[in-house]
Write a protein that binds this ligand. Sequence first.
Ligand SMILES: [Fe+2]
Length: 288
Amino acid sequence: MMVVDAGGLVEHVNNRVRYANKTMKKSNRSCKKRRREVVFPRVPEVLQQLFVSCREIFKGHGAAPPASDVNKLCNILDKMKPEDVGLSKNHFFKAAGAAKGTHPRVTYTTIYQCSDFSLCIFFLPEKAVIPLHNHPAMTVFTKLLLGTMHIKSYDWVHPKHSMPSSPMRLARLKANSVYTAPCDTSVLYPTTGGNMHEFTAMTPCAVLDVLGPPYSKQDGRDCSYYKDFPYSAFSSGDGDGDGETTATVREEEGDCFGWLEEIEVPENAEIDRIQYLGPQIVQTTTTC
Ligand SMILES: [Fe+2]
């Protein structure tokens, strides 16, 4: 089934989302053929602000930005609306609802990327999942633009605490809640704030992610995937504390922890890239 809204901002085809061209212009020639032209809308101030601030904040940074810079980016992202990146709430939901019964595959588009940071949007059809994954040495800002999403996230317990003779490692549950747009930006850091997270779309969702720096296999920032198990699924936790104090988890706190096992890239981690046809940021003289 194909649902296309050529005059709208996004369209869904076979349960996948893509940006629609913005205008249909008639050819000057007398023939009846129509020439389709993409017209980029003027960049919204808040999107340009986001780009300029990211360029300043992430330039040459190996570590997480200071709190003042984190607040600055959160304040900008909190103001962002779907329209700022060329999405329309009405078109998005109307089209998504018409494409049921096919595999919910995640799509993403890149607004901007350089070696210091990236701005990406992920589109999740209803019931689609981005499986539990990590963000090594990265700071990640997540802004849910559209939809309702369940987010589960973990941080590793330090010192490292593993199951004996097992790849299972203990992690503390940081979030396990449902979020509905518009909501505040969430931030995760290289080792805290929910460095490993999983997204499950309860309705069609669009999520803007700011990654500083982006994933880079050659720089040691590859993405790993995990399967989580309840703390109670395994024994008392007399594990390998790496010679440090053994982490002790009281029974009543068990729900706040989980065991994570690294897994191969799961099938549902495959995502499709689409072209970004929303408002284009203006790159001024300084480049990163
Ligand atoms: Fe992520």
